[in-house]
Design a protein around this ligand. Structure first.
Ligand code: FAD
Length: 302
């Protein structure tokens, strides 16, 4: 099913996320986590994509298994950094052949030089001569292709490379005009960041559905990583609970789940219609949050 149809039919949608195996995890363990997430009945699930195509087969395989075995609509991420137009086109064909109708189109992060200042060998060759510079360039092509419902990323606190937030919103507008059917936000930990961002999107005439990205913080090490990755503002309340329970993993997990639940309930109370939970292959965390909001989801969708 196309996600645009899910979003127009439901008053509230909740989606979850899975990432393909990294070196230390096996494909089977990821599928096991994915099936557990499917059993929580999300409206759809997204599958991340290693920039440069490092997970391209696994992303398509997992998306296929979510739909055929898990019975859940899949949203396959697809990045264009480090890739030629031809290779992206073959990934898109493979997704379509496997019945994947939804793609989250991204540029991907540009790799940092190593300690000697060298960039990964060959990474830029095909991309710079024959690739898509920005996500919007690929959005335009896949929109014209017509096979997919297309999502794009947006950043309530601004993308780290943007000159300023106004320039960032202009780029979001351009991406939506290129053909995005919906947007998913970068994680944020202060809901006011999202409300003010939505206001700015509206005032620029951007009216596609925006799914609010919520990342449950359940490990102390996540906080520094999240700040580095997303530049997200971490409210004092969240810093305090991480500090207080840093040495007690079970307590920190419980407190992180409560914080994410609280954020989600506030979003729903304020009329947000799409929640995307960055579940990070952790079915236990997703299950606890889904259970905390199950009656709320039923009530809103009644
Ligand atoms: P773009 O939309 O291309 O924007 C990148 C930068 O360029 C921004 O600063 C933007 O303002 C600017 N820009 C855009 N268009 C123009 C233009 N025409 N002219 C000048 N400047 C422009 N990464 C992965 O590797 N795999 C994933 O699966 C993945 N999933 C993600 C899911 C979500 C919901 C989000 C929010 C991020 C995800 N990322 C993923 C990270 C993402 O790839 C990075 O944040 C990346 O740096 C930007 O991707 P983008 O699609 O937003 O790029």
């Amino acid at each position: 099913m196309k996600i645009s149809d899910i979003l127009s039919q439901k008053k509230l949608s909740v989606s979850l996320e899975i990432f393909p195996p990294k070196k230390q995890t096996s494909y089977d363990s990821v599928i096991d986590a994915a099936m557990k997430l499917c059993s929580l009945s999300p409206d759809f699930m997204s599958i991340t994509y290693g920039a440069g195509g490092s997970t391209k087969r696994n992303t398509a395989d997992i998306a296929n298994e979510l739909q055929t075995k898990g019975g859940v609509t899949a949203l396959a991420h697809l990045t264009c950094v480090g890739a030629s137009k031809e290779s992206i086109s073959s990934v898109a064909d493979n997704l379509a052949a496997r019945g994947i109708e939804n793609v989250l189109v991204l540029r991907g992060d540009i790799p940092q030089p190593d300690e000697k200042g060298n960039m990964p060998e060959g990474f830029f060759d095909a991309w710079q001569t024959d690739g898509y510079a920005h996500a919007s360039d690929l959005v335009q092509v896949l929109k014209a292709d017509g096979r997919f419902c297309i999502g794009g990323a947006c950043y309530p606190e601004g993308h780290p490379e943007s000159r300023n937030r106004d320039a960032d919103i202009e780029n979001v507008k351009y991406k939506v005009e290129a053909g995005c059917d919906f947007l998913t936000t970068q994680m944020f930990f202060d809901n006011d960041m999202l409300y003010s961002f939505l206001y700015r999107l509206q005032s620029k005439g951007i009216h596609v559905p925006v799914l609010a990205g919520i990342m449950p913080i359940t490990q102390a090490s996540q906080v520094q990583r999240m700040i580095k990755l997303s530049n997200a503002y971490i409210p004092r309340k969240l810093l305090m609970l991480v500090d207080k329970f840093a040495d007690n993993p079970a307590a920190l997990k419980q407190a992180g789940i409560a914080y994410a639940t609280d954020q989600i309930i506030d979003l729903i109370s304020n009329g947000i219609r799409g929640i995307h939970i960055y579940t990070m292959n952790k079915p236990d965390v997703a299950s606890a949050i889904m259970s905390n909001i199950s009656d709320i989801i039923t009530a809103v969708n009644a």
